[in-house]
Design a protein around this ligand. Structure first.
Ligand SMILES: Cc1cc2nc3c(=O)[nH]c(=O)nc-3n(C[C@H](O)[C@H](O)[C@H](O)COP(=O)(O)OP(=O)(O)OC[C@H]3O[C@@H](n4cnc5c(N)ncnc54)[C@H](O)[C@@H]3O)c2cc1C
Length: 590
């Protein structure tokens, strides 16, 4: 297995890596693996020129030796960030070369490099992406420098860094690993794409950090902001205190805005982008992180434009930036608590006592996770029992026994994500099959993962733990038989309910709370629509109050459809505002 070297290479090695004389140990590696010397050298050459200052670029010309090579790198203190395999018609090892990566380096991203135009080689790569056998595909490199190839590589390196942590920490969180508040903050920072480092006070490092901060026995968790000119240290801060320290507590203006948007999930963010880009003065109210449910998804594979998928928090935080750059005002850490009509305008009562006035309102409050309703587990929220949250908690599940309750796509995605760290993941399904509720591509991915299994006809009936979850009681739904199993984590994804309780009787909702819009408002005898013109497609029973996304009766519960509904609501808002202006503001709606 001869070593392969190319001009410009300062770090290549062959069958086994040796520590570099120039101090490469400690850096991460990019490993290029292929038997095909032309592919190997082309990929290696391009990577070495661009990345060898920050990464050790290593080649492997003997794929069966890849596992040993990754182990040797680990032993030398060099984790593999990417394993780039040249997949081509001539390469006899094909996709199989990637099978060796996960058992040694669970966080390394497996990238299949395919030649432009080699469509025959591409098809198995698409299948492997679907089955989770590779993480990404890159085209090229063709020519040098190939910026399109580098765009993919830098994106994957950035994904690896943010997954692994250990880079720049804008915020440090020091607390108890299994405290509900620590978990809540980890989740909120992760969903907002704020780079954080979490330090458990149970470890020497955590205690040392508190000592360095001069804190003997502070209220936990402690939040240290490391990006501002003056670093602030907050002991057990409230959400409002954190928002204030971040400079995010914008005052509520007394002026009447054009559109108030309630909720910053995909639907609310899309409303904000379209409304503010079209010149409407737009204010969004959001109590938690931007991105809503979508931001809890580790990988959205069905959003158009992202053939290899996109993390929910990346997609939504970029949409947030887009709305913000168009001039949307965001009111964080506040939720809408009431809606009323006053003097021709709508008034949204906010949880901090302020009132936001608007000519039109779009309600995009989406849905909240359904709770399990098992009293034994209620005290263990955040301490082994999590609703959603698979993205932020997955690394803490390393080597552990984890259960996922649910049979939908969100449960499937969570299980696949958790399987990267957990020893064993079991999906608990109440029914007899996943086919009705989960996408086929996810069922196939789950089937291909050796450490994920599915238990059918089972529900969670109880559980126990002192400091954190230790065991679950599982009930066979047919026989009623119960058994107790050891469990370190339970991720609950069993559906959701609309967040509309705050609206009371102000507008028409169905029995479950979903908001009626358009034709649904007029159907039936008990309609409360007050005008001669019919309500527009997304308009509720209150003229000028619209609903978009999961909160709307009849909506398709997808990110793409929530975004689409947000976008199409804006022409309806324009039409409403124009009619109102033509009527000389003589009251809401004409
Ligand atoms: C784990 C998971 C994975 C998923 N994966 C996929 C996928 O791969 N593909 C896909 O297409 N779909 C997926 N979905 C579904 C998708 O995320 C939702 O359909 C989508 O997020 C709905 O968007 P929304 O804006 O309507 O509502 P939400 O995303 O629920 O956002 C609503 C927002 O409103 C805020 N809010 C609530 N009440 C108030 C109030 N009173 N005042 C102010 N703000 C309020 C909430 O805090 C939240 O931020 C997934 C869902 C989950 C949970």
């Amino acid at each position: 297995m001869p070593a392969s070297r190319t001009p410009g290479d300062r770090a290549a090695s062959g069958g086994s890596p040796s520590p570099r004389a120039d101090g490469a140990a400690g850096r991460a590696a990019i490993v290029v693996v292929s038997r095909d010397s032309a592919i190997r050298e082309r990929v290696h050459h391009e990577l070495a020129w661009r990345y060898s200052t920050d990464y050790q670029i290593v080649t492997c010309d003997y794929p069966p030796g890849l596992a040993a090579q990754l182990q040797a790198l680990r032993a030398a203190g060099t984790p593999a960030a990417l394993v780039v395999g040249g997949v081509s018609g001539q390469d006899p090892d094909d996709i199989e070369i990637f099978a060796a990566v996960r058992p040694v380096e669970p966080t390394a991203l497996r990238v299949a490099a395919v030649r432009w135009g080699d469509w025959v080689a591409s098809q198995p790569v698409f299948d492997a992406l679907t089955l989770g056998q590779v993480d990404h595909m890159a085209i090229g490199p063709e020519g040098s420098p190939d910026e399109e190839f580098h765009r993919s590589i830098t994106e994957y390196l950035s994904e690896w860094r943010s997954r692994r942590g250990g880079g720049f920490e804008a915020v440090r969180l020091i607390g108890e690993q299994w405290s509900a508040r620590s978990q809540e903050l980890r989740d909120a920072f992760t969903r907002n794409q704020i780079p954080i480092g979490f330090y458990d006070v149970g470890t020497a490092r955590g205690r040392e950090m508190l000592e360095d901060l001069g804190l003997a026995s502070p209220d936990l968790p402690v939040v240290v902001l490391r990006f501002a000119a003056h670093r602030s240290t907050l002991a057990n801060p409230s959400d409002a205190e954190i928002a204030e320290a971040f400079g995010l507590l914008a005052p509520v203006s007394a002026d009447v805005c054009d559109v108030a948007v309630v909720g910053a999930g995909p639907a609310g963010l899309a409303v904000a982008v379209y409304a503010s880009s079209e010149g409407l003065r737009t204010v969004v109210v959001e109590p938690k992180a931007v991105g809503g449910q979508a931001a809890t998804s580790s990988m959205i594979r069905n959003y158009p434009g992202f053939p290899q998928g996109v993390s929910g928090s990346t997609l939504t935080s970029q949409t947030f930036e887009q709305a913000w750059s168009f001039g949307t005002t965001f009111l964080f850490i506040r939720e809408a608590t009431s809606l009323s009509n006053h003097d021709g305008h709508y008034r949204l009562g906010l949880s901090d006592g302020n009132v936001l006035s608007a000519r039109a309102v779009v309600i995009a409050t989406g849905a909240a996770y359904t709770e399990l309703g098992v009293p034994d587990l209620e005290g263990l929220h955040g301490r082994g029992v999590f609703y959603g949250a698979a993205v932020s908690e997955a690394p803490a599940m390393r080597g552990q026994t984890v259960f996922v309750a649910g049979a939908g796509n969100s449960a499937g995605q969570a299980a696949i994500h958790l399987a990267k760290w957990a020893r064993q993941v079991t999906i608990l399904v109440r029914g007899a099959s996943l086919a009705q509720s989960m996408s086929d591509y996810l069922i196939r991915m789950i089937g291909a993962l050796p450490n994920v299994d599915v238990a059918y006809g089972v529900q969670v009936a109880g559980g126990a733990g002192t400091d954190r979850l230790e065991s679950l009681v599982l009930e066979d739904r047919a026989s009623g038989q119960r058994r107790c199993v050891p469990a370190d984590g339970l991720f609950v994804l069993i559906g959701s309910q609309p967040r509309t309780g705050w609206l009371g009787e102000t507008l028409m909702r169905d029995q479950e709370g979903f908001i009626l819009t358009g034709p649904a408002v007029q159907a039936g005898v008990a309609t409360r629509w007050p005008l001669l013109r019919p309500p527009s497609l997304h308009e509720s029973s209150l003229p000028g109050v619209f609903a978009a996304g999961d909160v709307r009766l009849g909506s398709v519960k997808r990110v793409g459809s929530a975004v689409g509904e947000g976008a199409v609501t804006i022409p309806q808002v324009h039409a409403f505002l124009a009619a109102q202006a033509a009527a000389g503001h003589a009251g809401v709606g004409r």
